[in-house]
Design a binder for this molecule. Structure first.
Ligand SMILES: [Zn+2]
Length: 367
């Protein structure tokens, strides 16, 4: 590392394997088969399609938008990576199965030895968290990036909840602030049906982060303290439908990005706004979700603001299809430049990402 390294270098002492050089032939779409949670049918006890991430990838392959070789494989966030935001006290608590059972809302987990909980539940979540951090860097390099998982917006540095065990959004932003020159302002636009109280608590008094949150005002978590961190708060009523929803989203997205032009936009694209979602209580159609994502990408790309999308909540059976259709729509509109990825991006020194054998020497960061 050169001596003229900035203050940024000194702040963060650990080496991470998450900021890697990605081949130009890869799309900035991040995923790993490790995302999916399957364990003796336990996952079926959750109001949750715990394999939705793999299904999204399956549909995108069917449509020939991606192959195994041209997307980026997520890596698991290590303890050192997690400590950039989380307290050691909190990470130690996850060594108790009953704590994880409470956070993930999968009660039977409390009967399992923690090594199984770690392997079958927390490792997938840590890999999705690594994916969000990696996608943050990719968004800066390529102008956009999508982590097919992540979006654990109820978790803050010292507290998990609502299925969220790691604060991936906070982590992605802090990594960028600490490691990427020229990134000092972020905007979070959280359009999951629930209030994003995790990142709100983490960035409560942080002037570098602007938060817009659109959510059903009557459902979990109703975190009044966290609401103080929201700069643009849009509270919805039960059963809100497409027309009203899209009008509000468009108006406030434009307003938020006109108010502050960030160096990166984190878009929490929860699909639990979908009509019939047992938790979200809203009534947005599949077409409405696709249109919503389009509004976000248009607004960001028109302003040349790098956008990082995470998929967050929404686990009905038809959810994966809708997410895939939305990404295909973004592609058809030229908002995610899949075909030109190879021309635009920097030349690469490493082999394709879906091979598991990338050497640590390929890691960009020495910190
Ligand atoms: Zn949600």
């Amino acid at each position: 590392m050169s001596l003229k390294g900035s203050k940024k270098d000194q702040k963060c002492s650990h080496r991470t394997q998450l900021y890697i050089e990605v081949p130009a032939t890869c799309l900035p779409i991040v995923y790993s088969p490790e995302y999916n949670i399957t364990f003796m049918g336990l996952e079926k006890m959750h109001p949750f399609d715990a394999g939705k991430w793999g299904k999204v990838i399956g549909f995108l392959k069917e449509e020939q938008l991606i192959t195994d070789d041209n997307i980026v494989e997520a890596r698991e966030a290590t303890e050192d990576d997690l400590l950039v935001v989380h307290t050691r006290r909190y990470l130690n608590k996850l060594k108790w199965s009953f704590v994880v059972a409470t956070i993930t809302e999968i009660p039977p987990l409390l009967l399992l030895p923690n090594f199984l909980v770690q392997r079958r539940v927390l490792r997938p979540l840590r890999t999705q968290t690594g994916g969000t951090i990696m996608a943050g860097k990719l968004a800066i390099d390529r102008g956009w990036a999508i982590n097919v998982g992540g979006g654990f917006h109820h978790c803050s540095s010292d507290k998990g909840g609502g299925f969220c065990a790691y604060a991936d959004i906070t982590l992605a932003i802090k990594f960028l602030f600490e490691r990427v020159e020229g990134v000092s302002k972020a905007t979070i636009i959280d359009l999951d049906a629930h209030q994003g109280n995790g990142h709100e608590r983490d960035f409560m008094d942080d002037k570098r982060v602007y938060i817009m949150d659109v959510y059903n005002r009557y459902i979990y978590p109703g975190d009044g303290f966290a609401k103080r961190a929201i700069k643009r708060k849009v509270e919805l009523d039960w059963g809100t439908e497409d027309q009203e929803y899209l009008q509000k989203v468009e108006m406030h997205v434009e307003g938020a990005l006109n108010e502050v032009k960030p160096d990166v936009l984190v878009y929490n694209a929860g699909t639990d706004i979908l009509d019939g979602d047992p938790l979200g209580g809203l009534a947005i159609s599949p077409q409405g979700i696709i249109k919503r994502d389009e509004i976000l990408f248009k607004a960001a790309r028109r302003r040349k603001i790098p956008i990082l999308m995470v998929t967050s909540g929404g686990y009905q059976k038809r959810t994966a299809r809708i997410i895939a259709d939305s990404i295909i729509n973004l592609h058809n509109l030229g908002l995610v430049d899949c075909d030109s990825a190879a021309n635009e991006a920097r030349p690469s020194q490493v082999p394709l990402m879906m091979s598991k054998s990338i050497s640590s020497a390929a890691a960009l960061s020495s910190r």
